[in-house]
Design a protein around this ligand. Structure first.
Ligand code: IPD
Length: 281
């Protein structure tokens, strides 16, 4: 079976590269912007085109595999992770960046079997950085091995996070209170690339010691989660418990020490789970 997953991973890398070409080409033209859950939750025709391109190609090659894709879920598909081989796809992670031509935009493809990530591919298309990880085989960027930072003193750390797309004042208050607490530890700095997938690759690369966010989705972090752990990092929930990819909450860090220190400062909240049944009208 191992070789099957390697074939799937090779296909994912080729597809991510092809998707990146579509994204770069689309940036040369006007981008028609639509909205999803609220006025700042954006989607473009390129998100939809890239997701279709990836899913159609995978269906031809691996007809029995299942999918969780950001735009398919937005169109009403169920978002449930089973034991079956499942491709978890964010065609454009950093859609708001893409809309504004802010230069961090990623294609994120994770692959899970028995609810365990087997490989993760994140292609940061404008930087031309292909991040890959295969369970048990390490994490790489453009073929070079990745290693998390060895800095375990949170006061000498750089932390990544995001503001997310909720503008509910209660949620925004929680995000700012967490940010205030983390800044005042104090840490060296707080940054955000505007894409969860790239933030996680920055943890894996040792550029930031940790990334945390509440409000992300499984497709934003599935691939990145394996890239972080294969680079030597740790993953946990924002309450210090085990990471649950469907919970929409994550801490990804270089070490348990840094992750557990951050958890103390995070003013946690629980967005509706990705696998929650749809609300009845
Ligand atoms: C978003 C990005 C952003 C994060 C949001 C995500 P999208 O994904 O990862 O950095 O703050 O929580 O939803 O919508 O661009 O695929």
């Amino acid at each position: 079976m191992a070789d099957d997953w390697q074939n799937a991973m090779d296909h994912a890398v080729a597809l991510a590269r092809r998707a990146g070409e579509v994204v770069r080409e689309a940036l040369q033209h006007d981008r028609k912007v639509m909205t999803k859950s609220c006025s700042v939750d954006l989607v473009t025709q390129t998100d939809q085109k890239v997701e279709t391109l990836i899913i159609q190609s995978v269906k031809e090659k691996f007809p029995t595999h299942r999918f969780i894709g950001e735009e398919s879920v937005a169109a009403g598909e169920v978002c449930v992770l089973t034991d079956s081989p499942t491709w978890i796809i964010d065609p454009i992670d950093g859609t708001t960046n893409f809309v504004h031509a802010f230069p961090f935009v990623a294609v994120s493809i994770g692959f899970s079997v028995n609810k365990q990530m087997q490989f993760g591919v994140v292609y940061s298309c404008l930087e031309d950085k292909m991040y890959t990880a295969r369970r048990g085989n390490g994490a790489f960027c453009n073929g070079e091995p990745l290693q998390v930072s060895q800095q375990e003193d949170v006061k000498k750390s750089m932390i990544a996070t995001e503001f997310g797309s909720s503008r509910d004042p209660e949620v925004v208050d929680k995000i700012f209170s967490s940010l205030r607490n983390v800044l005042c530890i104090p840490v060296h700095g707080v940054r955000g690339a505007g894409t969860a997938a790239v933030n996680m690759c920055l943890v894996a690369s040792g550029c930031v010691e940790a990334y945390y966010e509440m409000g992300i989705h499984v497709w934003d972090v599935a691939a990145g989660s394996l890239i972080v752990s294969e680079a030597g990092g740790v993953l946990m929930d924002v309450d210090g418990g085990e990471l649950d990819l469907m919970s929409r909450r994550i801490v990804a860090a270089n070490s348990r020490t840094v992750a557990e220190r951050l958890v103390i400062e995070i003013d946690a909240f629980s967005p509706p789970r990705d696998d929650a049944p749809p609300l009845k009208p």
